[in-house]
Design a protein around this ligand. Sequence first.
Ligand code: FMN
Length: 361
Amino acid sequence: MDDPTIAEMRLPIEHVKTYEHELDYRDKFVLAPMVRTGSCELTRLLSLYYGADLVWSPEVVDKAVIGSERKVDPTTGVITYSKGQGPIFSTHPIEKPYLIFQIGSSDPELAVKAARTVQQDVAGIDLNCGCPKPFSTHSGMGAALLSTPDVLLNILRALLDEIPLPISCKIRLLPTQPDTLYLAARILRTGIRNLTVHCRTRDMRPGDKAMWERLGDIVKLGEQRGLPVICNGDGDGWPNRDRIREMTGASSIMLARAAERNPSVFASTGLVCNVTQNIPMLLRLAHYLDNPWGNTKFLLTQFKPTPPTNMTKQRRKEIQEIVSRSKTIAEVASQLEVELDGGEAFMEELRARLREREATA
Ligand SMILES: Cc1cc2nc3c(=O)[nH]c(=O)nc-3n(C[C@H](O)[C@H](O)[C@H](O)COP(=O)(O)O)c2cc1C
């Protein structure tokens, strides 16, 4: 009997579509979806500033965003979707051409409704099929979809049918390689524009080494369909970019924790100091965009002491204490002696950098 993967690869693509705004997922450094870290625009804007080509928003559960209210701040331009207790997702219009909105869903109809809710503010829609956390899997979403491939495929098909934006999907490896290849072949056949693979299985811990060696065969399946496959897991930016590319054949790499620790991981010129550069930049941007303090505070606590830094342990501790006892952006800025003007200049510089990159693309 035929290998099911080979048989699947012989079948035609289900949805052959063209889009008014196509997205190119090849040869890219991309910011991974990250709950909390990515729930507002700040990390994404910093990542774009430093050189990220595409940025994923964190998983938003379909029912959470359906029926939310969209508001545009007349001063900052920030668009916020809110319902009940508060904001669900916010974005700045400058990131729209690079922003992929990730949906958590186990229901095709709800996924489509969720995508429709935000489609005017994003460039693409991604289905989360990798989150192993109970809040996602208990209702059949995230990594649970890996065990219900028919549901997974039906969600993609519904999105492809109804949404006028490129559709993509992020999965984890299955325990065996033949099962992974068969699932990938089925997904690649739907008509999606990109598949991202987190090179760990559902049961692996974040500290377990990503299995890049298993990605090459999936990348080859993508090539047969003319589709890119993004490699995710243990990327640290430029230092291991070439090694990952050589080992996997993937041209694009998605970074999560490395970018959370220091968003300058996207810069081809090397990391910049979190304390002297990224913290002041984040505070200025947060001030300019009127970011909720709770969110800014969380991001500040995620920055880790990465080189280059000549900070003593004592000073690091002091900074952590300042952040944890402060109640406003102004308070933390004053204690760290950071001048808060400059958010507008950052946005201007970001615009210029994006224009330059578009011109040379
Ligand atoms: C704080 C945090 C939140 C995450 N949230 C999401 C999410 O919303 N959707 C998703 O697909 N993956 C999520 N992930 C997984 C990452 O996108 C990524 O697959 C994983 O961290 C492996 O990449 P890394 O080795 O570069 O960190 C999250 C990871 C972290 C650390």
